[in-house]
Design a protein around this ligand. Sequence first.
Ligand code: BGC
Length: 765
Amino acid sequence: MTIKSIHLATVSLLVSFSLLMNACSDSSAQQDAFTYLDPDAPIDERVEDLLRRMTIEEKVGQMNQLDISVINQDDGEDMVRLDIEKAREFILEHNTGSFINGEAVPPEVWFEFMDGLTRVAVEESRLGIPIIFGIDHVHGPSYMSETTIFPHATNLGASFNIENSHNSGWVTALEMADVGHHWNFAPTLDVGVNQFWSRYYESFGEDPYLVSEMGRAYIEAYQNNEEIYPYKLASNAKHFIGYSATETGWNKTPVQLGMQQLFEFHLPPFQAAFDAGLMSVMISSSELNGTPTHASHDILTKLLREDIGFEGVILTDWDEVGKLVAFHRSAPDFKEATYMAVKAGIDMSMTPLHLGFYGNLLELIEEGRISEDRIDESVRRILRMKFKIGLFENPFPRNDRLDRIGSEESRLKSLQAAQESLVLIKNENEVLPLRNPSRIVLAGPSANSKRNLAGGWTIAWQGGEEEQYPEEMHTIYTALQAEYPDATIDFIPELPARSNALMNRLNRADMIVYAGGEEPYSEFLGNITDYNLPQEQRDEISLLSSSDTPVALVLVQGRPRLITDIYEGLDAIIHAGLPGFEGAEAIANVLSGAANPSGRLPFSYPMHSGHYVNYNYKPSEMYFFHPDNQDPFSEPNPGTMLHMFGHGLSYTTFAYNNLELSSDEVSKGGSITATVDVTNEGEVAGRHAVLWFISNKVGTVPRPVKELKHFESIILEPGETRTVSFVIQPEQSLWYPDSNRQRVYEDGEILVRAGDLYLPFHFKN
Ligand code: BGC
């Protein structure tokens, strides 16, 4: 045995011993074999053994989740300082089984906190059931300082490279496990169908297949990270289901979706996650088809449990039981709301600031309105998750390898993700890359900001204060200084009004870089009424565009703000999204050509306010009868979207040739292979995501004009050709669900598309 494994074995033995001592104080249990403490016993037996020892209060406590503010020291200083007496009150008197949230404090502070909290649960409670700690580390451990912060999900989607989503999940697990954070409220699997939604950046994009693949890669990496041994973590995907289909773009607008649509466009990412072993889901806080999802027996029990067969934990969103009263007004009081949510099928309530759910549920059981059997169902699932992640064997955090947090290796993974996520939307006259400039004018609200690059859910819910970000983190300004050490970076923090002096200053530069976009926001605080890029920024950009110098706009934004009226005046545009802590370096690399841009839009960039279209739209008169467009399978007409899903330029060009199919017919159980040659025709190496679409010519339920079914990210040297393939299997790609979630396979002609090439084949049942 190595020293490390001896240490771990000793810790594990001590834990089992202290649990046994606690449990033995329960006299009825004294003669028993403590199966639940036996790491070698099957998990289901451990769960049943523990369940039968638990009082009803202990069971209900497991279903309750509280915010850490209730157990923090209340002295007005930083959060994340445990008040041990409060922890005892909540855990020992009220049996609380889970806590959440926190602030961005150093790993050592988290270690102290989690160690103390765990000791109360494991060493002092009657049965020694460890608490499970949940947190929103949605793009790296964002509620901890000194960690690696990845780009947000929409950026990962833009990379069309699942390795980046894998790395984000992997690094997040690596950096949170040792401090005792067990359960991450990520990934977000909501499909970004409304580009103006205030949570847009949390979605991987507008296509269900893209979201599915990115989500699956994240969950597999996060839940199966071997580097965190002996720990294992649980992922909590969110928000089940339809949350993103907000009609107005405002968060939590009631959602109306036909079941066919829900199953075809919103369920696939969750299904892929369930297939990947996802341990829990969080419920959508919207109303879906007239019922708040938290009160919907049809969605939570009939669909999710009975029909889909999901066996993991169903967690509410923040105070959503309470919001059945205060927000949705569908329950008269908190007790009825508790009844509704439990009857609908929730397992755990993120209550999160009081014991209302706990007290109400005990009363409902006492009154016979909710049975103990129903409680057992939920507690079983919660305990099973705790056993599955090894919490009973390894409940304590450790501080002997915290130096792995924020390592150079992880930082480089985040940098790679950031580089690959930048989308070069426009590059008139190939003004980019900008090599060997002597002078660059830099302006715009994101030019010298760290917080804008990382967005919401970083350091704090709405993003931190500028000075809370790591000292060594670059802004675009400092990154340009590092990228171009011999050039003058003429940064203009406040752009003055037009004057001769200003125009001379602009005209002397080789390029003007304007870094605009949005400041951080999350949830409803990101609701807006005007989707245009703010007027002030558009005015500044127009002023800069009137100079003789080329202007490159860098959009640091969580959603595609409208730029239609300034588009023509710009020479280059980079949609940078929210690229995280390494974002500025990635932007400088792309501007200079040190990195060749390879991101592709994971959404359709809207052109007009009030009119947004997803690329996989259904046939519509507007497109079909347009004079330039008589082909129902072609792309929508200009005038509809500024740029289509998948658009993204490179410093090289990729040509598609020789699209071939191994056969022109396929049936269920069979497959055909499509191949295409992709050639790098330019002078520089480049990464390129090959996107494969299909278009069904016939569908009883009218089919989208085209649908992404496969993608692959490749790197090609100048002049290199690679043959890439897509194995088309009907069971994977050639069916759609009906409104009962039954698969529909329809005979007919289908087009397979890669680049601007397409070929038909037949599907026959
Ligand atoms: C959000 C969730 C988040 C939760 C806990 C809610 O308001 O909708 O996405 O996980 O808060 O912070």
